[in-house]
Design a protein around this ligand. Sequence first.
Ligand SMILES: [Zn+2]
Length: 234
Amino acid sequence: MELDILAFGPHPDDVEIGAGGILAHHAAIGYRCGIIDLTAGELASNGTVEERKEEASRAAEILQCSLRECLELPDAQLEVNTQAISRVVKALRCFRPKIVLAPYYWDDRHPDHSTAGELVKRAAYLSGLKRYPVEGTPYRPQKTYYYLLSVERQPDLVVDVSAVYEIKERAIRAHQTQFFHSRQEQALTLVNDPFFLRFVRSRDSYFGSLIGSSWGEGIVSGAAMSVSDLVKSF
Ligand SMILES: [Zn+2]
């Protein structure tokens, strides 16, 4: 199965937060979208691996993604090493996405988020090398964009996700064990404080305001964007 857009997330809820609207929007207009979680999030304070797997697949269904897989790299010990690069390259050569999404990595507070962005960037390049020793036909995506997690910065592009914002929020809410503090035995975390979801909403509302829309998701290009026809570009 070949994909138009493939989003990589370090943990099974990151893509929903940073790019859930982008995936829902593109799926709704007919593109094949997928999510690959680099880790199963096994070191999270709440939720078992099994629970998180079920939540992740429910969220992918809500976003209308055709694929969700986990590469099972080690949570909180994510590294840019040969083994991790090989797994990402194998996925890229298998699903051949035109566009790749990964976390913006320059200064994210969570080390896995920073590592994930760098890992995917490197793999997207190496995947195109004919002799890079990983199974599959060499393939390099057209472009990698970086979505924002725990980082505040001005995006290079904003995607209007107003029509699908309710879908994004449902996909986030599918991660019950992460974003809700409903059981006494659950640990209090940054993300199950109701403030966190308000923060996501306020950022998406602000990004929307930058393009005159109700809701937007911002992405960083990391390189100059080429435009050949300014009149028809937007
Ligand atoms: Zn994360």
